[in-house]
Structures are given as structure tokens and as C-alpha cells.
Design a protein around this ligand. Structure first.
Ligand code: GLP
Length: 250
């Protein structure tokens, strides 16, 4: 993993957007793997700004999101489908039928994961996957303990994840218990991965990520085995790691 240190959230967002813009300009029909959550919001804003100012075109781009809650309609403001429209798709020139999110009708909908895997294959695989990281080390919604060989499918959310995401809902009971998520092996097939880490809340997990060996209790640790991962982390997220002056800084 290559680590790029930035000052703050804004710098992280700007750099991540620049990486995507370069990807899309170099390969106009890029397949982008996109993420939700608070972390990529600033990056999406920079993409929109660039679209307005420089007209970078997304006409041939295909996007595949990492995950979606089960049980929320697409027009529910808490759904990731709604999030992506609001935060990006409605503001750039990407045709709606080239934007995909996994979607499952129920927690028993096993077909949904298989279909998403087929779709990823059909479009030629993901060129660049953007990732955030959960406070417990999850990527997508692959919680600690998930097999590294997992493919896209239904996942049960950890209590800590539901609590972390409760801030977007009126009450805890409204936070879905399950989601459909790209699997870990699916994410690992992406040709390039950019992991964004910002804020003091992510400092403990970022420290663990760099200090511990690859193991299934820390899903993001598998990224160490991928040949092309760039981690962009800000000073708050790096605070524990730098305090310990771990091997990456020596
Ligand atoms: C969410 C998403 C992840 C995201 C992570 C961190 O639950 N499923 O894809 O990367 O948790 O979220 P945030 O960026 O809000 O900290």
C-alpha cells in the first residue's frame, strides 16, 4: 500500500478527485467503483466543481457502488441510491443507466449478489475502486470476520456499524440490520484501489491497519496484498500512527 499524507479532509477530497479525473480523462470509458458514507462527500463535490469548470465528461463512464441497505426504497433519502444521485449523479453528465448499485429485495435474495458479480464481469471489471473504511475496519459492508473469499451478497451489519450510521437516521430502530455488499474478493479484483481515511475517529483503525498482519478480523488488511492500493489519509486519521512512529514512517 502506498500512503499519501495530506493535511486535512479538504486536501484528501481534492487529491482523490484529481485521481479520478485523471483516470476518466485517460480512459473515457472507465469503470469506477464508488463508495458512500461521509468520507467521499468532499471528493464528489470536487468532481462536480471540475465538471462545471472543465467539462470532464462521464458520458461513457460506468459506475458500480459498493453497497446498499436492504429494506429502504430507492427514493428513501437514507438509501445509498438516493445519496449517489444527490451527491454526484444528478450533477454530472453520466447516463443514469450506467450507474449501478447492488440491490436486494430481501435478506433471502441470494440471486442479487450473483447478478451483481455477473454485471461487474460483463462491464470488464472495475478499473478504479474508491473505498472508505469503517471504524471497525470494514470495507464496503464487509464486517470483521468476513471471509476474504467472499463475493457480493447479503451481509448482517455489526451493531457498531449500525450505531456509527445511526447519525443519518431519526432513530436507531430505523437503521437497517442488513445490506448487500460487494464481497472482499470482488473488491480485490479491482485493478486499482484508492482508500480514503479522514478524521480522528479513524485514527485507531488506521493505526491497526498498518501495524497488524493481514487477518479476517480486520477486513481492510487484505488490501496489503493488492498490487495497486493508494491510501490517502489526513493528519487527524494519522495521529496515532505518527505518534507511534511505526515502520511506515521510519
Ligand atoms: C459505511 C459504508 C462504507 C464506508 C464506511 C465509512 O457504513 N458502508 O462503504 O466506507 O461505512 O463511513 P464514513 O465514511 O461515513 O466514515
Amino acid at each position: 500500500m502506498k500512503l499519501i499524507e495530506v493535511q486535512n479532509y479538504d486536501e484528501m477530497s481534492k487529491l482523490a478527485a484529481e485521481i479520478i479525473i485523471e483516470q476518466v480523462q485517460t480512459k473515457t470509458n472507465s469503470v469506477l467503483g464508488l463508495a458512500t458514507g461521509g468520507t467521499p462527500v468532499g471528493m464528489y463535490q470536487y468532481l462536480m466543481k471540475d465538471f462545471t469548470q472543465n467539462k470532464t465528461s462521464y458520458e461513457q463512464v460506468i459506475t458500480l457502488n459498493l453497497d446498499e441497505y436492504i429494506g429502504l426504497e430507492k427514493d428513501n433519502p437514507q438509501s445509498y441510491s438516493y445519496f449517489m444521485k444527490e451527491q454526484l449523479f444528478n450533477h454530472i453528465n453520466i447516463p443514469e443507466n450506467q450507474t449501478y448499485l447492488p440491490s436486494a429485495k430481501s435478506v433471502h435474495d441470494e440471486e442479487a449478489g450473483r447478478n451483481y458479480e455477473k454485471l461487474i464481469e460483463t462491464v470488464g471489471g472495475i478499473d478504479m475502486q474508491i473505498l472508505g473504511i469503517g471504524e471497525n475496519g470494514h470495507i464496503g459492508f464487509n464486517e470483521p470476520g468476513t471471509s476474504f473469499s467472499s463475493t457480493t451478497g447479503i451481509v448482517k451489519l455489526a451493531d457498531s456499524t449500525r450505531e456509527a450510521n445511526a447519525r443519518y437516521f431519526t432513530k436507531m430502530e430505523d437503521v437497517p440490520t442488513h445490506a448487500i455488499s460487494m464481497g472482499i474478493s470482488t473488491i480485490m479484483k479491482s485493478r486499482q484501489i484508492v482508500l480514503l481515511v479522514s478524521g480522528v475517529k479513524k485514527a485507531p483503525i488506521l493505526n491497526q491497519l498498518f501495524q497488524t498482519d493481514v487477518n479476517e478480523n480486520l477486513p481492510a488488511s487484505i488490501l496489503k496484498k493488492h498490487p495497486d492500493v493508494t491510501v490517502i489519509a489526513d493528519q487527524e486519521a494519522l495521529s496515532i500512527l505518527k505518534e507511534k512512529k511505526g515502520s511506515v514512517f521510519s
